[in-house]
Design a binder for this molecule. Sequence first.
Ligand SMILES: *Cc1c(COP(=O)(O)O)cnc(C)c1O
Length: 479
Amino acid sequence: MALHRKRQRADGATADTYATHAMQVSVPRFHMPAQGLRPDVAFHLVNDDLMLDGNARQNLATFCQTWFDDEIHKLMDLSIDKNMIDKDEYPATAEVESRCVHILAELWNSPAGVDTIGCSTTGSSEAAMLGGLALKWRWRERRMADGKPADRPNLITGPVQVCWHKFARYFDVELREVPLERDRLVMTPDEVLKRVDENTIGVVPTLGVTFTCQYEPIADIAAALDRLQAERGIDVPIHVDAASGGFIAPFVAPNLQWDFRLPRVHSINASGHKFGLAPLGVGWIIWREKQDLPEGLVFRVNYLGGDMPTFALNFSRPGGQIICQYYLMLRLGKDGYRLIHESCYGVAQHVAKRIPKLGPFEVLYDGDSNSGIPAVSWTLREGAKAHYSLFDLSDRLRSRGWQVAAYSMVPNIEDMVVMRILIRHGFSRDMADALLDDLQRSLEYFKTHPVTHKMGPEDGRSYNHDAIKPPPIRAKVTA
Ligand SMILES: *Cc1c(COP(=O)(O)O)cnc(C)c1O
């Protein structure tokens, strides 16, 4: 018996995973253990920790893809050892990346054809940094050529995702973000023109705004900038942040003019891992013409063999996401992407119809495929007497596993709180009905249990991580 116990302690081959010593003691959290563990024991320790994460499929706050077919799992496994930066060693992967760039350029109606300039990135955030840098460099070249100062660049945007706040801060550009009003939740041509001057490096409209999921009026903004150039000679390029819409509009709203069909549009980014349906970790950026990407930003390295031009913030990066992106383009075709997105819009519209019947809600965006992405956003009707805040509602829904974003809006409507759900591939009508039932149950609960101290933005997990402003830099980081 004693010997048996001793053997168990030593976590030998016969001990059941949960009967091992390692499972009976606390695992080290902040130091590396001197000795390792059996792989099954270590696996379950880690996996059990992860049980406390939310269920990704019930995460209606994220724009990122959470449903994958078996072939994607297989391709990710097969490419786990492929570093996409090693283009000379993995020329086939490099070729796949280049095919994706050309396919996207065609989808976005680029005039460049075989001369298309673009690349993959880790996501739209990196793509935004690259797009923003190209704008800044081009503006500086123009200013220097005119013998004018180039030290006070500014960028005009609507209500943008946090990556543009980062770009502005990291690369010393003044951000001129158009403030919103309760009845105007996107940028408009007039608001852009009020802020443009000769130091404007570009205008960034969003195709699928983070806060409400609507499309900004890109063609109207382009037309206003055309007029500005004709009247005052100021030539301001547009970069479209199509993180979500870039993989939706070409299939579902082909007549919507937002892309390279507008000569004013010089570059576009999109996230492959959002409505491009690829696993996490891939974004794309395409420039209109060669001149739109200044040579000075492109590095040529030959220490991997071959002469490789690179424009990226990172060096090593996984290749699997890019390979899966290409797989999806082949597997689904334009028709497949359209059908998937149309089903999502159908579910979104179903939810949007039910929401105002459940409570004192005003739908801000109802999942219309010509004016936004597959999603629904709503707020409490003005003057509504609710015994809860939308933060309380979000918290209540979490008890059934649903993660629904509630967040306060941006300047100048910070008092307005918005709730938003993204409808992604893999979210069925039945799942939507289950969510709506739980929403109704939550509202009935608040009737019998009115909240005395309503949660505010400061209490809540807001789940709207996309919208979080970069925190002030803290001197001390605790473990
Ligand atoms: C998600 C998002 C981003 C950031 O993209 P990542 O791929 O997460 O880096 C930028 N802009 C918009 C509009 C987005 O929705």
